[in-house]
Ligand binder design. Structure first.
Ligand SMILES: Cc1cc2nc3c(=O)[nH]c(=O)nc-3n(C[C@H](O)[C@H](O)[C@H](O)COP(=O)(O)OP(=O)(O)OC[C@H]3O[C@@H](n4cnc5c(N)ncnc54)[C@H](O)[C@@H]3O)c2cc1C
Ligand code: SF4
Length: 742
């Protein structure tokens, strides 16, 4: 048998280097892609982390060679450029067929990793990529002065590999091993933010709980300060489960759904997305809970957009306020309270609803960029405030204060300043002796008895063995997509359409945040936006909810505008104005010149629910176990298009007043899977329009409680997790009050 030639061969490596230099050419004395090590990085990754892409690369390199007489390496610069141009356009003969992305998309992402990811992965040789950008790498302990505008960074670049081991590899939390109780008071499906918060509450009240978590155990500090291993790139968190069951997406019924492209990876490991989150922890506004009735009262019934299923929540802000206060203490939220009565005196959000307690800790400090935003926003007549965050600004219950490092959203926190389920509730819950966490337990369905009551969960363990875990109450806490899917896949004789689906409501009222941000480049300035957490942001709520008069505007509700921090090089090298190409000298020049000078004004528009948007089981696409994945039907409607255009125009005004010399906007439709995916198991008082009540109890299935954003009735212009935790604590108290038998 002839041996297959090794790949990549020496010749392939030279082609990769030539490609790296064509995509990122040298500039003067500055190295190009090959010298920075981007080609070598890909060659090494093809023998390791990216081995699955080897065949695709083989075909791409052969196609590039065939496009140039004498081969790609020997070709003149203009011939190489023509080949890469055709490669990008998908017009190069011999390119492999792909479905949800092009081969250029893949190669471009890998080249960016080789240029700008941590050198510990084999590219960015001697920090040469970072030096070109002025990015100092894996750093922490940043001082306020270093975040001042126009302050050159003087720190020598550092790799995450050089961090003290204590910061990188703390001991794993000891999960209780041994016998799993057959009939605990509750079995919780999903050990993420909501599931572990609920389990903690129950065990602290003396109940026994088994948590079934599909993913592996982890401390929550993994992936500290390493951009490449974060969810959006190598997707370690996602591969555990989510990557094998990625939902499909279509915009309208009747269209063929395709694999949805994730704007953020979703973490399927212990702690769920409470580890990767950005920790913006903000309460909803009072009128968010009566969104339909307050809109109708002010603007009339006709103001509700045609086809919208907008509804009030079955509880008020006052009902939830005590749980918000508890959630803020549990998570350790830092913030600055607003003074609704006197906005002029307030540094906080003047629209904030009444609070029973102050924020547990003072707000994160204001960066130079934040101060610039605040000044411009004030000049436009708005009331800027620091976003509240579940990030410790002083030592808090064994957690350290934030070190303002550069790697926060999508990363584990190296000092546990950012709240996760692990560093807030897990240890105490395990110490109670009443919690058992089974990791690697992928739940396939909820088990019901002859009466139709939920009595347990059927799961597959890490070795593929099937088990049934009983529980007095069954709690479903697996994030929006899996919550709907689990109910639909648990159909039985008493629930022929699935659990909770007697009135056909499961999957309806799905909502997902669009991210139509505005970008601005500030010629001649240094913003140092790579320092500090995303949540270290100044924001305005003047255009949120119904905080302004909508008469004559053609839309209802609003959105938040915020100047977020955290701008990491691999991701940043893909953030381009529409007129900048993805390769060659123009791309290189834009990336190098704009990196330290680019700000993003992030827009969180409120999204309304519509009849035509929703989740169901895909009839054509299955997961690795042969079970249908979720099919998302989602499009942006006219109300939101007009709202987004309005918010972008206001954000552009702020950006220009801040001094931006070049601005651009993202499209209105940025797709589903936004990390703010909610609905599908909506809460309400009437089973004809909802799946669960205000405590998460499923209307048509006794013994079953659903927690998480899937129960939201609407998606206000506020991040969801604090409300998820508050609702979860309320649901837990109800389970306890119901005697552990919902
Ligand atoms: C990068 C990023 C940034 C974010 N930033 C913010 C922010 O700043 N502010 C904010 O409010 N929100 C933010 N979010 C969203 C926030 O993290 C989520 O709203 C929150 O984690 C949802 O909690 P959950 O428990 O419902 O789901 P998750 O935390 O996702 O937990 C679900 C758990 O269920 C497990 N699971 C899934 N299916 C099964 C199954 N079949 N069997 C067993 N277990 C299963 C998963 O492995 C996971 O551990 C962010 C999310 C991400 C990814
Ligand atoms: S909270 Fe975020 S920015 Fe602060 S130290 Fe932790 S990861 Fe870094």
């Amino acid at each position: 048998m002839p041996q297959a030639a090794p790949f990549p061969s020496e010749a392939d490596r030279r082609t990769l280097d030539a490609l790296a230099d064509t995509v990122f050419p040298p500039r003067g004395d500055a190295p190009g892609g090959a010298a920075i090590g981007a080609g070598a990085y890909i060659a090494a990754a093809l023998a390791g982390a990216y081995a699955a892409h080897a065949e695709e690369y083989r075909q791409v390199l052969a196609a590039l060679d065939a496009a140039c007489p004498g081969g790609f390496v020997a070709a003149a610069a203009d011939a190489r450029a023509r080949a890469v141009d055709a490669f990008e356009k998908g017009a190069l003969p011999g390119l492999p067929p792909t479905t949800d992305r092009s081969s250029f998309d893949l190669v471009w992402r890998h080249l960016r990793e080789g240029l700008f990811a941590d050198p510990e992965h084999g590219g960015n040789r001697d920090f040469s990529g970072w030096r070109l950008l002025g990015f100092p790498g894996a750093q922490f302990g940043y001082r306020a002065e270093e975040q001042a505008l126009d302050t050159p960074v003087t720190r020598a670049p550092a790799s995450a590999a050089d961090l003290p081991q204590s910061a990188r590899l703390p001991p794993l939390p000891t999960l209780r091993r041994g016998r799993v109780p057959a009939e605990p008071d509750a079995v919780v499906i999903g050990g993420g933010a909501a599931g572990l918060m609920l389990a903690h509450r129950l065990v602290m009240a003396g109940r026994t709980v088994v948590v079934l978590e599909a993913g592996p155990p982890r401390t929550g500090r993994e992936r500290a300060m390493d951009e490449l291993s974060a969810t959006a790139f190598r997707n370690e968190g996602g591969t555990a489960k989510f990557n094998r069951e990625v939902p499909t997406w279509r915009r309208h019924a009747g269209e063929r759904a395709r694999r949805a492209v994730m704007s953020q990876g979703l973490e399927t490991a212990l702690g769920g997305n409470s580890v990767a989150w950005g920790a913006v922890a903000m309460r909803f506004y009072e009128d968010d809970f009566r969104v339909r009735s307050s809109t109708v009262a002010r603007y009339g019934e006709a103001s509700i957009p045609a086809g919208s299923t907008l509804a009030d929540w079955p509880l008020s802000y006052a009902d939830l306020e005590p749980f918000y206060a508890q959630a803020e203490r549990l998570l350790g939220v830092s913030g600055q309270a607003g003074h609704p009565a006197d906005p002029a005196r307030s540094r906080g959000n003047p629209f904030e609803a009444p609070r029973s307690d102050p924020y547990p800790m003072p707000a994160l400090r204001t960066s130079g960029l934040g101060a610039l935003f605040a000044e411009a926003a004030r000049a436009e007549g708005y009331h800027p405030f620091p976003l509240p965050a579940a990030i410790a600004t002083t030592p808090w219950r064994g957690r350290h204060a934030c070190t303002y490092c550069s790697f926060c959203s999508r990363f584990g926190c190296h000092v546990d300043a950012k709240a996760s389920a692990q560093n807030t509730v897990l240890a105490e819950a395990l110490d109670s002796g009443r919690l058992t966490v089974v990791t690697g337990a992928r739940v396939l369905s909820i088990v019901t008895d002859e009466s139709g009551r939920a009595v347990g969960a059927r799961y597959r363990d890490a070795d593929g063995e099937l088990h049934v875990q009983g529980g007095g109450t069954v709690v479903l806490a697996t994030y929006a997509f899996e919550n709907s899917r689990m109910l639909l896949l648990s159909a039985g004789p008493r629930h022929r359409r699935g659990l909770g689906n007697e009135t056909g409501q499961v999957g309806r009222h799905y909502l997902t945040r669009q991210q139509p941000s505005v970008y601005g480049v500030f010629e001649g300035r240094l913003l140092n936006r790579f320092i500090g957490p995303t949540a270290q942001a100044m924001a305005i709520a003047d255009l949120s909810a119904d905080h302004f008069d909508h008469s004559g505007l053609g839309f209802i509700r609003g959105g938040r505008i915020a100047a977020f921090n955290q701008y990491l090089p691999t991701e940043a090298s893909g953030v381009l104005p529409p007129d900048v190409p993805r390769w060659g000298a123009p791309w290189r020049d834009f990336v190098l010149d704009a990196y330290p000078r680019t700000a993003m004004l992030f827009i969180d528009p409120e999204m309304l629910p519509y009849e035509s948007n929703g989740l169901d089981l895909d009839p054509d696409v299955n997961d690795d176990l042969g079970r249908p994945v979720i099919r998302i039907t989602f499009d942006v409607h006219d109300n939101e298009r007009r709202l987004i255009a309005f918010l972008q125009e206001r954000a552009l005004r702020i950006a220009r007043r801040m001094g931006a010399t070049r601005t651009w906007t993202r499209p209105a439709l940025t797709g589903p899977i936004s990390t703010h995916d909610v609905g599908g198991t909506r809460m309400g008082s009437d089973p004809r329009g909802s799946v669960v009540d205000g405590f998460g109890r499923v209307h048509d299935t006794p013994g079953l409680v659903v927690v998480g954003g899937s129960t939201f009735a609407s998606l206000p212009a506020v991040n969801p997790a604090l409300t998820i935790v508050a609702l979860t604590l309320r649901a837990a108290d109800r389970i306890i009050a119901d005697g552990g038998r919902a």
